[in-house]
Design a protein around this ligand. Structure first.
Ligand SMILES: Nc1ncnc2c1ncn2[C@@H]1O[C@H](COP(=O)(O)OP(=O)(O)OP(=O)(O)O)[C@@H](O)[C@H]1O
Ligand SMILES: [Mg+2]
Length: 343
């Protein structure tokens, strides 16, 4: 967020960015919340490309979704559907010119969430490979319009031809685990007025240990604790201290409901491990019973992968924040994910 503030607020020309990170790291939240900080000078059009569907009408349909998002943000009616379907690129370009005029001295960020969807549509042949080039050309001359792409792919994985045109001009912003102080802040001082509950220091530390500062899991643990408190105090009429302890934490994370609620994150990471380098899920399965990790040679012995494949799979998992390397070997980064794998 701070990086975006600097790029967008403190400069006279808005800059295109790629916000990338693994599942549930907060990419969408950043796009959604940055609007509140931007003020009147910068408008943000949010478009989730997952909502575009199967685009039976090709690129015109993608541009329709984008224009609808822009229309809402700048309050300028979008081009007619037929025009976008018949002559997608010229219609889009002309619309952006009108937008630019209307913006006057304001700026517009066109935020395309889940942008790996574009790659998928190109691979399926639904839209032409030059789509990114056209997008880039459409804002290249403008000081006031830029793109923010958000998605899973890391830059190394986006070197396919269609993303090339954007490379030189896009600032990459990686979204990853929260530092301990931020996890603590989210838990103990959430954005709720008069939050009356507190945590012992070791409970805050332990939550950070278990979640590694994965924002979704931090939230989920906090939510579980508050729920438990409310149940005890308001339903069971128990008299309890408004300070969460390790005992509360244990009760929350050992409740089967917790792993079940977290499955969106867990299955997201697990599913992502089937893409790219083969053998990733095998590695995760092998690492799961080892809370302090395994040496690379032990891993090599336990898998059926040759050395090159093993290294490629480890690199991918590492880039995706699923595992990390210590002097002793390889370790699953999120303890709660390790426990989910075992369950
Ligand atoms: N900075 C943060 N502070 C508190 N909670 C956060 C923060 N970032 C994310 N979250 C929590 O994590 C959840 C997931 O965030 P979000 O949907 O933005 O992630 P994402 O990276 O877009 O996920 P996906 O890859 O599934 O699209 C949010 O619902 C929110 O509860
Ligand atoms: Mg998202």
């Amino acid at each position: 967020m701070r990086q975006l503030d600097e790029l967008w607020l403190n400069s006279h020309q808005v800059q295109s960015v790629v916000i990338y990170g693994h599942r549930r790291m907060g990419k969408t939240s950043i796009l959604r919340n940055v609007t509140n900080r931007l003020g009147a000078e910068i408008k943000l059009a949010y478009i989730n490309l997952l909502g575009v569907g199967d685009t039976s009408q090709g690129v015109g349909e993608v541009l329709m979704a984008i224009c609808d998002g822009i229309a809402e943000a700048v309050n300028l009616p979008p081009p007619a559907d037929e025009d976008l379907l018949n002559l997608p690129y010229p219609t889009f370009r002309r619309y952006l010119q009108q937008v630019e005029t209307k913006l006057d001295n304001q700026s517009l960020i066109i935020a395309l969430d889940e942008f790996e969807q574009i790659e998928e549509l190109i691979n399926k042949g639904k839209i032409a490979p030059d789509f990114m080039k056209v997008l880039r050309a459409s804002v290249q001359k403008s000081k006031h319009i830029a793109f923010a792409f958000a998605g899973l792919h890391t830059l190394e994985e986006m070197t396919e031809d269609y993303f090339q045109p954007f490379f030189a001009s896009v600032i990459p912003i990686r979204v990853s685990f929260l530092p301990p102080a931020t996890s603590h802040q989210i838990l103990a001082n959430p954005a709720i007025e008069d939050f009356p509950l507190d945590y012992t220091r070791e409970t805050l530390d332990q939550i950070h240990e278990l979640t590694a500062g994965q924002p979704y899991l931090v939230q989920l643990v906090g939510f579980g604790l508050v729920n438990r408190y409310n149940q005890q105090v308001f339903e069971q009429k128990r008299d309890r201290d408004p300070v969460f302890t390790l005992e509360d934490l244990e009760a929350v994370i050992n409740n089967p409901d917790f792993l079940n609620k977290g499955r969106y994150y867990f299955t997201g990471v697990w599913g992502q491990a089937t893409e790219g380098a083969p053998g990733q899920q095998e590695i995760l399965r092998i690492l799961a019973p080892h809370p302090s990790g395994l040496s690379q040679s032990a891993l090599a012995a336990a898998t059926n992968l040759d050395e090159a494949s093993l290294l490629a799979a480890l690199e991918t998992l590492k880039r995706h924040d699923v595992i990390h390397q210590t002097p002793e070997g390889w370790l699953l980064s999120v303890e709660l994910f390790r426990r989910w794998l075992l369950s």
